[in-house]
Ligand binder design. Structure first.
Ligand SMILES: [Zn+2]
Ligand SMILES: [Zn+2]
Length: 173
C-alpha cells in the first residue's frame, strides 16, 4: 500500500505518533464511558437464568463479549480520522477535504479511498530540511535545486536515471 517512492519507511509505532494527544484523550474517555458505564448498564438489563455458565448467565457473557468488541470501533475510527488529518498534511494533500471524506463516507470506504490515493511522504530539502514535494524542482523555502536538469535538453531528470528519458543523453553517475 505504501508507495515505493516514500524515502524513509516508517514503523507502525512512529506512524501512531502523528495522532495528536487530544485524540488519545477523547478515545480514552469514550472507552472509559463505554466499559465503565454503558456496558455494565446494558449487561445488567439482561436477566440471569439459572442454567447460565459460571453462574453469570450465558446471555450476559455473550452480550458482554459482543458489546466489548463494539466498544473498540469508535476508538479505532477516531484515531484513524486524526491519523488521516495529520498524514494528509505532511503529504501535501488537501487536509480538510480528506478529513471530511473519511468522516462522512460510510462503512470506512473513505479510508480505503484515502489509503489508495494518498501521495508518498515528501522528502526534505537537503539544505534547509523543509518538506518538499516529490515533484518539486526547487525548495520553496530556500530555493535549493532539488532535481537536476539534463545538460543536453534541459528537462527535469528523475532520481536514478542513467540516461535522459527525453533525449537519450547518457548521464553517467
Ligand atoms: Zn530548502
Ligand atoms: Zn535530455
Amino acid at each position: 500500500m505504501n508507495s515505493k517512492s516514500s524515502n524513509s519507511p516508517t514503523s507502525f509505532k512512529e506512524e501512531l505518533k502523528i495522532i495528536p494527544k487530544t485524540a488519545w484523550w477523547v478515545i480514552a474517555l469514550i472507552l472509559l464511558a463505554w466499559y465503565g458505564l454503558a456496558l455494565p448498564a446494558i449487561v445488567r438489563t439482561v436477566p440471569i437464568r439459572p442454567d447460565g455458565a459460571w453462574g453469570l448467565g450465558g446471555e450476559r457473557i455473550g452480550i458482554t463479549v459482543v458489546m466489548s468488541i463494539f466498544g473498540l470501533i469508535p476508538g479505532l475510527w477516531i484515531s484513524l480520522v486524526f491519523y488521516v488529518n495529520q498524514d494528509a498534511k505532511r503529504r501535501f494533500m488537501n487536509r480538510v477535504a480528506w478529513t471530511l471524506i473519511v468522516l462522512f463516507i460510510p462503512y470506512g470506504i473513505g479510508f480505503v479511498v484515502y489509503f489508495v490515493a494518498r501521495k508518498p511522504i515528501p522528502q526534505s530539502c537537503p539544505q534547509c530540511h523543509a518538506p518538499v514535494g516529490n515533484d518539486f524542482a526547487f525548495c520553496p523555502v530556500c530555493k535549493q535545486e532539488l532535481k537536476s536538469h539534463c545538460p543536453n535538453c534541459n528537462r527535469l531528470l528523475e532520481a536514478g536515471w542513467m540516461n535522459c528519458a527525453y533525449c537519450g543523453n547518457a548521464l553517467g553517475k
